[in-house]
Design a protein around this ligand. Structure first.
Ligand SMILES: Nc1ncnc2c1ncn2[C@@H]1O[C@H](COP(=O)(O)OP(=O)(O)O)[C@@H](O)[C@H]1O
Ligand SMILES: [Mg+2]
Length: 293
């Protein structure tokens, strides 16, 4: 009689649940994995898109700090992916001393530099006209009418005018590179040795690399000491950048959230976020408005 295979039992611990994706930690006796259950067609498309990109990145640079997921179930209603668990704490949960912040910022800048080296990844990339892209992106956004009552029509009008004016006033550079495009603190995992791992490539695009800096600003506003260290590291690596362009990208991200207001407002985490966004909507068009705190 052949010896019995040990029974594999996996415990699924929910990490994050939303209407489009559920993320679980799957633990067996010896290993940990991340299981992602994709519930909507849009989320499936984004996952597919991000996996195609990651495959290309790994071909171009096998040492790139990312994980690829493997599709293990494909049903009409849902797909399930499994990927390696990255043993780290997200930047949103980690408490940092100044020394750690300096190392993490230097690693983040290194990551951003790696993204810039991937600008020849695709022929699609070479053909991107960033100004046209961002114009099309902005014009495709519509704001729900309910928002005008909540945020104030006058404020929203000023905000929209500011975005419209910026589109014609800003000189958009022609150099495009791979942009992660969702570089928030929850997607930056810090390992024990303070190396970083960036996850969640669902919103990637080819465009102005400054776009990724605009996402980091949320975190830097919350932790100004970290913000100062990060800014110094960024400037040392990439040189000066145009503050107005950065401000504009920040506003574009807010516009995107506002356009989804009716869906996002049901999530408790976003409610807090919106209060801060409204504050920025009411002020960003003012001369001298500064993103830094
Ligand atoms: N490969 C991974 N290793 C460790 N933790 C992960 C991994 N993938 C996701 N997570 C955790 O799950 C959270 C949500 O996953 P993410 O892919 O960012 O989904 P969402 O698109 O909902 O933000 C992350 O913030 C992180 O804490
Ligand atoms: Mg995420």
């Amino acid at each position: 009689m052949s010896p019995r295979e040990p029974k594999l039992s996996l415990e699924l611990v929910p990490i994050k649940k939303s209407s489009s994706v559920n993320v679980y930690l799957a633990e067996s006796d010896s290993e940990k994995f991340i299981v992602k259950e994709i519930l909507t067609a849009e989320a499936r498309e984004r996952m597919d898109r991000s996996q195609k990109l990651l495959a290309k990145i790994m071909r171009a640079n096998p040492n790139f700090p990312c994980v690829r997921a493997k599709k293990i179930i494909a049903l009409e209603s849902r797909e399930v992916y499994i990927e390696k668990f990255i043993d780290g704490i997200s930047l949103s949960q980690k408490i940092l001393c100044e020394n750690d912040a300096e190392i993490i910022c230097s690693n983040l800048v290194h990551y951003l530099r790696l993204l810039r080296t991937l600008n020849g990844l695709d022929e699609e990339c070479a053909n991107v006209n960033w100004k046209n892209f961002i114009e099309g992106y902005v014009h495709a956004k519509t704001l729900p009418t309910s928002l005008f009552k909540i945020c104030g029509a006058a404020s929203l009008d000023k905000f929209l005018t500011y975005i419209q004016n910026s589109l014609s006033e800003i000189h958009f550079g022609e150099t495009v590179s791979l942009v992660h495009n969702d570089l928030n603190a929850g997607n930056i995992l810090i390992q024990k040795d303070l190396k970083i791992f960036v996850i969640d490539y669902e919103w990637w695009l080819f465009g102005d690399p400054l776009k990724d800096l605009s996402k980091m600003i949320w975190y830097c506003r919350q932790f100004p000491d970290f913000g100062r260290i990060f800014r110094t590291a960024y400037l040392n690596a990439f040189g000066e950048f145009d503050e107005d362009t950065l401000k504009f990208y920040f506003a574009v991200d807010i516009l995107n959230h506002l356009s989804q207001y009716e869906t996002l407002i049901h999530s408790a985490a976003w409610k807090v976020y919106f209060e801060q966004e409204f504050e920025i909507v009411r002020n960003i068009w003012r001369k001298g408005f500064c993103l830094r705190k």
